[in-house]
Design a protein around this ligand. Structure first.
Ligand code: 6PG
Length: 243
């Protein structure tokens, strides 16, 4: 990680969620001021759910022009959209079903398809949405940090982590063997703004290793080095307890 990480530590996960929701609103306002389109890739897992729920509250949702928001996903589990482990299901319940975003602006990864087919179909979706661009330029990407140092569904040592041409790859969680579909590293690194959201003492050891081991590229989270965008880390006191 070149230079000091842009790190913000929050006393509580509630405060972190508010900051992340404010970041979403600010990035949406900035990008829609320029192009009336805000393309955001959402992370899955448990941490960001509170952020999505906040964005759906009146205080936040009235500050976003949802007609110009395009929701994408950083990764998805290879399960149907109504499966309890589906990232889409989580985001739909927390946010999509509660705001006036046009259905055609929600670009879910079709986890119900065979993973390679889902990856190919999502890549086609991205190439249409970002037609004419060498890489998708997301205005904002939310990322999580796994205890093994993975982010999105880029797991340590995986083929997907080494992918430098395709925009979307099929992969597998080595611990659970669950098949996944994920944006690839070059796509994530072309984001204009990326924010890791990390909560919990259980992440403290890994976060300390990721942020302090400045020269290593080993862990997927350390390979997030934006080409020209702004990377920041929003962490709570528990996750920051070993920094
Ligand atoms: C997923 C996420 C994954 C997640 C981390 C952290 O699909 O699970 O994309 O990368 O962000 O595993 O997950 P928690 O927020 O649940 O700790």
């Amino acid at each position: 990680m070149s230079g000091e990480p842009n790190l913000k530590v929050f006393d509580t996960s509630d405060q972190l969620a508010i900051a992340a929701a404010e970041l979403f609103v600010a990035c949406a306002s900035e990008s829609q001021g320029e192009s009336n389109r805000f393309c955001v890739a959402l992370s899955g897992g448990k941490t960001p759910k509170q952020v999505y729920e906040l964005l759906a509250t009146d205080d936040f949702q009235r500050r976003v022009n949802w007609s110009g928001v395009h929701l994408f996903f950083g990764d998805e589990r290879a399960v149907p959209p109504d499966h309890p482990e589906s990232n889409f299901k989580m985001v739909d319940a927390a946010l999509i079903s509660k705001v006036a975003i046009p259905g055609e602006n929600v670009h879910r990864i079709k986890g119900e398809l065979e993973p390679e087919a889902a990856a190919g179909q999502y890549e086609a979706t991205l190439r249409f949405a970002f037609a004419g661009q060498p890489w998708p330029l997301f205005d904002l990407v939310f990322l999580g940090l796994g205890e093994d140092g993975h982010t999105a569904s880029l797991f340590p040592g995986s083929e997907a982590l080494r992918e430098q041409v395709r925009w979307v790859a099929a992969t597998r969680n080595p611990e659970t063997q669950q098949e996944r579909i994920t944006l690839t590293l070059p796509v994530l690194n072309h984001a204009k703004h990326a924010a890791f959201l990390v909560v919990g003492r259980n992440k403290a050891q890994r976060l300390s290793g990721v942020l302090s081991d400045t020269q290593s590229h080993n862990l997927p989270a350390q390979a997030i080095r934006l080409e020209s965008g702004k990377l920041e880390w929003l962490v709570d006191a528990g996750a920051a307890s070993l920094l």
